[in-house]
Design a protein around this ligand. Structure first.
Ligand SMILES: NC(=O)c1ccc[n+]([C@@H]2O[C@H](COP(=O)([O-])OP(=O)(O)OC[C@H]3O[C@@H](n4cnc5c(N)ncnc54)[C@H](OP(=O)(O)O)[C@@H]3O)[C@@H](O)[C@H]2O)c1
Length: 257
């Protein structure tokens, strides 16, 4: 897979993807908004795992931020800009409020980062990887993709449907597309969304390490959809069978993402 570009690399799942890919000797391009955190991570990855980690500061809610990352994906291969073999569209956040109560601006930012940026970066990656005849695109969705609970859930449903379609459109090209649907994971996600994580029973919260490890195994096998951890595999299966009206009722007692 060569060099991997990870969005949202400064914390949580993105940082864990960085460490596990570095342990497998992939060079990295780390993308997020917090410049100091990116440089700090790049230095530690280099010192501990011996890999090369580029820093690309970009706000993916803006056209300029997306364009800067797209330029890196399209960059002609040189020793300073090795080709991107794996794109991990991971950046994202919970909105934490029902749609009618939230600022429209915040809602649009969520759409821009979790849908628009994913579409733009996937388009650049699909074209450049297809031209090279190899590569992989990994999109981070969520079990929320099935819950029909608010715009976060809608964005992640888009990611799943988009990735499934893309995987078919890339069939036979040497490029794969995979969507991962984690359940709740111990990261800064809930705090950033203003959601009290204590409302979720702790056995139902996964560690980033196991989620990422299972995801990378599935990616290597070229799987299209992966739901890490046995409890959320079962939950996804149950949600597929459950009448939508019942699922909506169950979701009323869950924290809003
Ligand atoms: N944690 C969970 O329970 C869970 C479950 C299912 C799916 N997910 C998904 O997993 C992904 C990673 O979330 P996480 O749990 O690791 O949360 P996290 O720890 O809060 O990390 C989110 C990452 O996204 C980056 N980011 C946010 N807004 C951005 C923007 N405008 N431009 C560029 N980067 C931005 C942040 O970096 P900067 O602040 O430095 O920009 C940070 O690195 C998200 O897509 C999330 O929806 C999470």
């Amino acid at each position: 897979m060569g060099t991997a570009l990870i969005t949202g690399a400064t914390s949580g799942l993105g940082e864990e993807f960085a460490w596990q890919l570095a342990a497998r000797k992939h060079d990295l391009v780390l993308v997020a908004r917090r410049e100091n955190a990116l440089h700090n991570l790049a230095e530690r990855l280099h010192a501990i795992a011996g890999i090369r980690a580029e820093v690309l500061v970009a706000d993916l809610s803006t056209p300029e931020g997306c364009a800067a990352v797209a330029r890196r994906i399209d960059a002609p291969a040189t020793t300073h800009t090795p080709p991107i073999g794996l794109l991990v569209n991971n950046a994202g956040f919970g909105l934490g409020k029902p749609f009618p109560d939230n600022d429209l601006e915040a809602e649009i930012k969520g759409l821009d980062v979790m849908v628009r940026a994913v579409m733009i970066l996937s388009h650049h990656a699909a074209q450049t990887m297809r031209a090279r005849g190899r590569g992989a695109i990994l999109n981070v969705a969520s079990v929320a993709s099935r819950t029909g609970a608010g715009t976060y859930s809608a964005h992640k449903a888009w990611v799943v449907a988009f990735t499934e379609g893309l995987s078919e459109e890339l069939r036979g090209t040497g490029v794969t597309a995979t969507a991962v649907c984690p359940g709740p994971v111990r990261t800064a996600f809930f705090e950033n969304a203003g959601v009290d994580m204590d409302r979720i029973p702790s056995p139902l919260i996964a560690d980033a390490e196991e989620v990422v490890s299972e995801t990378l195994d599935a990616l290597r096998l070229g799987k299209v959809l992966v739901t890490p951890t046995p409890v959320y595999k079962a939950a996804m299966a149950a949600m597929k069978l459950m009448p939508r009206s019942l699922l909506r009722k169950v979701m009323r007692s869950m924290p809003h993402l």
